[in-house]
Design a protein around this ligand. Structure first.
Ligand code: N01
Length: 532
């Protein structure tokens, strides 16, 4: 079958929150824009991750767009932390409200992208052989969108059902009376386990490394608080924009070590009762001083022992690692689930999984019969979705070749050798260590300003300079090196969760300083970029 090539000024790949806003913003500026989305509707991560208990751990009033005052005033969230279905409803509402779907092609996966140097145009091909052309490409492919399915021997032979939390069936899963096994104890598993345990006949949790979790203390939206925020929404947003992670997490500007044990304990207890990620901001040195960090991890260990009836299970649930080094989890009733008689915790670091059999899982100590197996095994984060596309820049250089030793780019936005190619919340930008929607809007706005600059100056090509790219990568690493996070554990921030992936700390730490750098580059006629 032959197809005609559809041509646009800009092609956006992905229609999650990043792709949707890119379509809105660029269309308004008069660019012809088309988004290509693999899923059947908008919503990105919230479209795919429909496992039981999926919920955001950033406050609803902050995890939402701020580009439209009417939208942020008129939309009402029902809970402090919105559930997946409500966030997806919100995404659909935004798509309807701004008529975004007319510029999005769904159920279409981009397979290859090639930069044609002579015409200075990107040529894109879908899995079905459809072809597109665009002057600029914006990768809104998400940071946690490429599922990690470990290479378990025998996985295909399992006779029961297998689900990955990151690709959950739309119709849901009936667990009633079933023997369910779940591999992994990261954020996804920690949210799913309490709910599945209530429904399943039995739930066996295969844990390799215990994860730190703090209670969400989720509740119905406080209408008075909501009214107060909406009264001064723009100012509230601006205040958060200037915070380290673009979040209102109430940072305590003192060290954990300079106060009495009682004061420290009271602070941790207060944060525990408030709930959520603000636990990380209990003191100003938890991310940088191992002794300060130990006070936080010991507090959580003590809580785990208070909640769990069996001290041996409590010991297994106490993470041996640095708190915050792997992303802190936020839960509702996670630890107490292990007091249930139908829940079993299996330590697969002591007794590794040997294989998946036709009937369940075999560790080197025992066999577990299962009807349903859930892989809560996470993602090939930050680079996985980008590298799953065959992207070819100048002189035939592929992104896979360029990033063999880890991602290299400038400002987390642009890759040398790949002109007119932008990544939203890519590696080298605050992304997953900031409020994602704020980071997305900042990136899209920066790219939109850049495209206007090119248009106004009759320029057709922009590309990061290699020298500036190298300096940027060094800066990102240098900042991460000042924390306990760069080498302190095997986190997905560093790629260490994927066998064979180069180990590099990928996010840029510190939203405000990042924004300043982006602004200064633009104000200086895009210093660090080659333009022509
Ligand atoms: O994935 P993860 P996730 N054998 O990588 C285990 C965001 N998110 O989907 O630690 C046995 O954190 C692995 O064990 P180990 C959030 O940013 C947000 O849970 O490598 N086990 C680990 O326990 C989060 O950080 C929200 O030893 C294996 C688990 O699988 C990110 O998504 C909710 C294994 C993977 O944990 C990812 O979270 C959900 C193997 N071969 C997700 N391979 C909220 O907003 C992996 N594991 C609240």
């Amino acid at each position: 079958m032959t197809h005609t090539k559809k041509q646009f000024d800009v092609i956006v790949i992905g229609a999650g929150f990043a792709g949707m806003y890119a379509v809105y913003r660029l269309r308004k500026l008069g660019f012809s824009v088309q988004a290509i989305e693999a899923g059947g509707d908008v919503g990105g991560t919230w479209y795919w991750n429909r496992y039981p208990g999926a919920r955001c751990d950033v406050h609803s009033l902050e995890y939402s767009y701020q580009f439209s005052e009417e939208l942020q005033q008129e939309w009402n969230w029902s809970e402090k932390y919105a559930a997946q279905s409500e966030i997806l409803d919100y995404a659909r509402h935004v798509a309807d409200r701004f008529d975004l779907r007319k510029n999005i092609q769904f159920n279409t996966r981009i397979q290859a992208m090639l930069f044609n140097e002579a015409s200075c145009i990107w040529e894109l091909t879908t899995q079905d052989g459809e072809e597109f052309q665009a002057r600029h490409c914006i990768m809104a492919t998400g940071c946690l969108s490429m599922n990690n399915v470990p290479d378990f021997q025998g996985l295909e032979s399992f006779k029961g059902e297998v689900f990955h939390t990151g690709n959950w069936p739309h119709e849901g899963v009936d667990f009633s009376g079933k023997r369910v096994g779940i591999i992994g104890t990261g954020s996804s598993a920690i949210q799913a386990i309490p709910i599945i345990a209530e429904e399943a006949g039995s739930l066996t949790v295969f844990q390799r490394t215990a994860g730190f979790s703090v209670p969400a203390q989720n509740e119905a939206m406080d209408k008075t608080y909501e009214a107060q925020i909406k009264f001064r929404y723009q100012k509230f947003r601006q205040e958060n924009f200037n915070r380290f992670a673009a979040l209102n997490n109430n940072p305590n500007p003192i060290s954990a070590l300079g106060i009495s044990d009682e004061e420290r304990e009271a602070t941790f207890e207060g944060r525990w009762q408030t709930g959520g990620l603000s636990f990380l901001a209990s003191f100003n040195d938890l991310a940088t001083n191992i002794d300060a960090n130990r006070t936080a991890s010991e507090f959580v260990h003590k809580k785990i022992h208070q909640i769990i009836d069996d001290p041996k299970i409590a010991d297994l649930l106490c993470p041996p690692t640095i708190l915050g080094c792997k992303r802190l989890c936020v839960d509702t009733g996670y630890y107490k689930t292990f007091n249930r008689t139908n829940v079993k915790l299996i330590d697969v670091s002591a007794n590794p999984i040997e294989k998946v059999t036709t009937h369940g899982i075999k560790t080197n100590a025992e066999e577990y019969d299962l009807d349903i197996l859930i892989l809560a095994t996470g993602f090939d984060a930050m680079t996985g979705a980008l590298l799953s596309i065959d992207i070819q820049g100048v002189d035939g250089l592929t992104l896979q070749e360029k990033w063999q030793g880890g991602p290299k780019n400038y400002l987390g936005l642009s890759v040398s050798g790949f002109p007119n190619f932008f990544t939203i919340t890519g590696p080298g930008s605050p992304s997953v260590l900031a409020n994602m929607i704020v980071a997305i809007e900042q990136h899209v706005d920066w790219i939109a300003d850049c495209l206007i600059y090119l248009r106004e100056n009759s320029l057709s090509r922009i590309e990061a300079q290699q020298h500036d790219e190298e300096q940027w990568v060094e800066l990102v690493n240098q900042i991460a090196g000042q924390t306990l996070y760069a080498d302190g554990c095997n986190s997905w921030y560093t790629g260490a969760n994927i066998p064979g992936k180069s180990r590099v700390f990928m996010p840029y730490l510190g939203f405000p300083s990042y924004v300043e750098k982006c602004k200064s580059v633009a104000a200086n006629n895009y210093t660090g970029f080659k333009l022509n």
